[in-house]
Write a protein that binds this ligand. Structure first.
Ligand SMILES: [Zn+2]
Length: 477
């Protein structure tokens, strides 16, 4: 029997506000444990929360980026549960009236257009962090308690692990463009729970779903979904029933394990938060947020294709990363050969970016120096190999100019026709057999002769000039 996988995601994203959601403690990753806390975010009796306006504005922008309806009225509820990382024993969240509803994200999954529905986005506070093992037992760090979060809930519209990965990449790009989050999965500012079920192809009703928690990289999302899909299909094929349960993904072992089953699923007993007034937004508030929205990746991508004639694929890769797109924009302003810039970015630059912990962001490549290198290459002053050497040198961060590097590393190509002609003549004189073959139409010999000239010039002759001179010289023989 053929099966179809049905996936829905719940993505938690920490907002990049300066302070926490309901108090003035700093919202900062790391720091000495329990130094960014106060009676409000520790949930002391009598302490009163006050809504952070910046968090509301960011949630609205996230909603706009994901094509949501922005609710003019939303309010907070208490989600009651006990866990050591939550001293209040309730999380202040939005249940009945979330801030954003009914959006969608358009994806291109290997050339197939797909629209994924967004059910809702709600605002809530993050819990603290339990640190296991470092000092023997378990330690509690509440610096993260009260950090503003948005939870983005999708419709069960995703159909494969690959689609889920493409969705998350897109979501990450959208959210970082509007600067509401740094979206660093490894620091926990983007976290994801995955709902997975399977059903026979053609069946309308959904199968019983399982929720996977504790997934902290895009790669892990893919592995977890594929594992869970196979596990459920195996159960069905063995004639067993799938139980609705919450499972923890263990990325090291590559397995999911039961955390809790439906029978003891928590009843959160949501009730209205008596401490916070509802959020009421005016038309003007929403219009202002719309005006402040930057050019989003999809719009930028379409513009690159339309105005710069970049291939769709290149435009997609470059706009998929906010800082890469900003770098590309700076380069195009300095050197209007968009395709050449994109070729180098997609090739050498991104290949080298893999050697850095945070990829391209860590490379600190200067657009001015990078385009100086491309200009030298374009003008035939250096060879493609020489250009790679210049790029390597630029990345060492010595601050040397491209001109200095070309001089110090002796990368300047010989474009002086006289000097090259001398070498060409010598090489042709020394290889009469090849000259005869070339004259007889054996064009393969050309590569050999080119190679000889390039070697004699220590790789510095301009290949195009060499090619032209050999062809011209052959005619005279
Ligand atoms: Zn606080």
């Amino acid at each position: 029997m053929e099966f179809e996988t049905v996936i829905g995601l719940e993505v938690h994203c920490e907002l990049a506000t300066r302070t926490k959601i309901f108090c003035s403690c700093l919202n900062e990753f790391g720091g000495e444990p329990n130094t960014h806390c106060c009676p409000v975010c520790l949930g002391m009796p009598g302490a009163l929360p006050v809504m952070n306006r910046a968090a509301v504005e960011m949630a609205v922008k996230a909603g706009l980026a994901l094509n949501c309806q922005i609710a003019k009225f939303s309010k907070f509820d208490r989600k009651n549960y006990f866990y050591p990382d939550l001293p209040k024993s309730y999380q202040t969240s939005q249940y009945e009236y979330p801030i954003c509803l009914k959006g969608h994200v358009d994806l291109d999954v290997n050339g197939e257009p797909r629209r994924i529905g967004i059910t809702r986005i709600h605002l809530e506070e993050d819990a603290g962090k339990l640190v296991h093992g470092e000092y023997g037992g378990t330690m509690l760090d509440l610096n993260r308690g009260g950090v503003p979060l948005i939870e983005i809930v999708t419709e069960p519209d995703l159909r494969s692990a690959e689609e889920a990965r493409v969705f998350l990449e897109k979501l990450k790009a959208d959210l970082s463009y509007i600067e509401v989050s740094d979206c660093k999965m490894e620091q926990g500012s983007l976290r994801c729970d995955v709902n997975v079920s399977v059903r026979p192809v053609g069946q309308k009703e959904f199968g019983t779903r399982c929720e996977l928690k504790n997934i902290n990289s895009f790669k892990a999302v893919v592995r977890a979904i594929e594992y869970e899909r196979d596990r459920q299909i195996d159960l069905i094929e063995d004639g067993e029933e799938i139980k609705q349960e919450t499972r923890r993904w263990d990325d090291v072992k590559g397995v999911s394990l039961v955390m809790r089953s439906k029978e003891d699923a928590m009843d959160y007993r949501y009730f209205p938060c008596p401490d916070l007034v509802p959020i009421v937004l005016s038309d003007e508030d929403i219009e202002r947020a719309k005006r402040e929205m930057p050019e989003l990746p999809d719009v930028k991508k379409a513009r690159y294709v339309r105005e710069l004639a970049l291939p769709e694929y290149d435009a997609g890769v470059i706009t998929g990363d906010k800082s890469l797109a900003a770098f590309f924009d700076r380069c195009v302003a300095l050197f209007p050969n968009a395709k050449m810039i994109s070729n180098w970015i997609m090739g050498d630059v991104l290949k080298k970016a893999k050697e850095y912990e945070n990829g391209f962001d860590d490379m600190k490549l200067d657009a001015g120096a990078f385009t100086d290198m491309l200009k030298a290459l374009d003008a035939g002053k250096i060879s493609a190999g020489g250009a790679k050497t210049v790029l390597d040198e630029l990345l060492t961060g010595t601050g040397k100019s491209v001109g200095q590097i070309i001089e110090e590393k002796k990368l300047a190509q010989i474009s002086d026709t006289g000097a090259i002609l001398k070498i060409v003549t010598e090489v042709l004189d020394a290889n009469p057999q090849s000259v005869a073959e070339l004259k007889a139409g054996k064009d393969k010999v050309m590569a050999f002769l080119m190679g000889q000239v390039m070697r004699a010039s220590k790789g510095k002759a301009n290949p195009q000039t060499v090619n032209e001179l050999i062809r011209a010289e052959i005619k005279n023989r």
